[in-house]
Design a protein around this ligand. Structure first.
Ligand SMILES: NC(=O)c1ccc[n+]([C@@H]2O[C@H](COP(=O)([O-])OP(=O)(O)OC[C@H]3O[C@@H](n4cnc5c(N)ncnc54)[C@H](O)[C@@H]3O)[C@@H](O)[C@H]2O)c1
Length: 361
């Protein structure tokens, strides 16, 4: 028998070094879907990260996404000061697949079994394509799940906390740029008016900001009108001259071209993985644009899920921890300036210092 060798190495496919503690790739016994549970690190505690149910061309693309996203969760949880590691699960939906309610339920039960087999190394929550109701289904097979609906005794979805953390980061960025946290009169451009962007836009409008907004979903023009915000098409949004650009849509928005065309002093938003390439951090720096690293800015949701789920949680304390994201952002700006490094490098150093301090004997 002749073995044919693959033309693409796993390394080239995934594009990041393999530094994961454990990865489970399994075919769901009920759903037949490929489920990846990637535990990147448990050095600081149980790995926490959401479950993504998403379409990918190949199952290997879903595995690659799980590996990248779980590594990012390690950084996010460490920088947020949580005693939690990084993990993520991804359920691969082949292109053009629509799941019925029953099939979606099967996928969640399969996910629960996969998580349970890891004996507590990983805790899941909602993410893109999943929600609090689906987490209640996962709960039928494992206790290692949070973010259940309030009606099931859970803490619900985290968008309020994420938006509050982004708001605190906006204030820290204004302070670093202008020596004032005053929002009133500042021109802020928000791209993406979903769960987080919509809440943030409302809070900023209420505080007196002048808003320009955009979304691929044109129905959101009504939201813009209600807020008294100007509307621009998505392909023009990054050209708008303003104080801040706030990406709250999908990741990868900061390409080399977009960074080259930005007309703002700072970028601070909820979207995950904003930099299309890591070099984008240096390009922003070279253009004199202050970038607040996304994994620090958008940690409010994970802080809320982790701390509000603890027994006897005090929600006022949780809100303070979310608000303190602004202090972390300010510290990263200071570290970057004093050490002559990018804000991305400063944020990564902060996370690495926590992880190094927890290195096993
Ligand atoms: N929800 C949370 O608690 C949370 C936590 C951490 C990070 N994030 C990240 O924040 C971002 C927004 O999350 P969300 O929960 O508000 O999602 P959402 O799906 O509710 O909203 C996203 C919005 O962005 C719009 N959009 C999509 N692509 C766009 C584009 N190219 N340009 C402009 N608009 C676009 C969508 O139409 C939608 O209105 C995502 O990147 C998400 O991963 C969210």
């Amino acid at each position: 028998m002749t073995l044919t060798h693959p033309t693409t190495s796993l390394d080239a496919l995934i594009g990041i070094p393999f530094t994961h503690e454990r990865v489970l790739i399994t075919t769901g016994i009920r759903s037949g879907l490929v489920i990846t549970v990637a535990v990147h690190s448990t050095r600081l505690g149980q790995a926490l990260g959401g479950a993504r149910l998403w379409q990918y061309e190949n199952w290997t693309d879903a595995v690659a996404d799980a590996l990248r996203l779980s590594a990012a969760m390690t950084l996010k949880n460490a920088a947020a000061g949580l005693n939690l590691g990084g993990g993520k699960s991804v359920i691969h939906l082949p292109f053009d697949t629509e799941l019925s309610e029953a099939e979606r339920r099967d996928a969640m039960l399969d996910l629960g079994d996969a998580i349970e087999s890891l004996n507590g190394a990983y805790m899941t929550a909602e993410d893109v394509g999943t929600n609090a109701e689906l987490m209640a289904v996962v709960k039928e097979r494992t206790d290692h799940v949070c973010g259940l609906p309030a009606a099931s005794g859970g803490v619900g979805e985290p968008a309020d906390a994420t938006a509050a953390g982004v708001y605190a980061s906006v204030l820290a960025t204004l302070d670093a740029l202008f020596g004032s946290r005053e929002v009133s009169g500042r021109h802020i451009v928000i791209s993406g008016l979903g769960q987080v962007g919509g809440r943030l836009a409302t809070a900023l409008a209420t505080a007196g900001a002048r808003l320009t907004v955009s979304d691929v979903n044109l129905d959101k023009q009504q939201v813009a009108a209600g807020l008294g915000a100007a509307w621009v098409p998505v392909d023009e949004v990054h050209h708008v001259p303003a104080d801040l650009f706030v990406p709250c849509g999908l990741g990868g928005v900061l390409t080399a071209r977009v960074i080259g065309e930005l007309n703002v002093l700072g970028v601070v938003g909820a979207a995950n993985n904003q930099l299309a390439q890591p070099e984008g951090a240096a390009q922003l720096d070279a253009r004199g644009i202050l970038w607040a690293p996304d994994f620090v800015v958008n940690a409010g949701g994970v802080i809320y899920l982790a701390l509000a789920s603890e027994p006897n949680a005090d929600l006022a304390v949780v809100a303070e921890r979310v608000d303190a994201i602004g202090d972390v952002v300010a510290q990263i700006f200071t570290d970057a300036r004093e050490q002559g490094i990018t804000t991305l490098a400063a944020a990564e150093r902060l996370a690495a210092a926590r992880l190094d301090a927890a290195r096993p004997e």
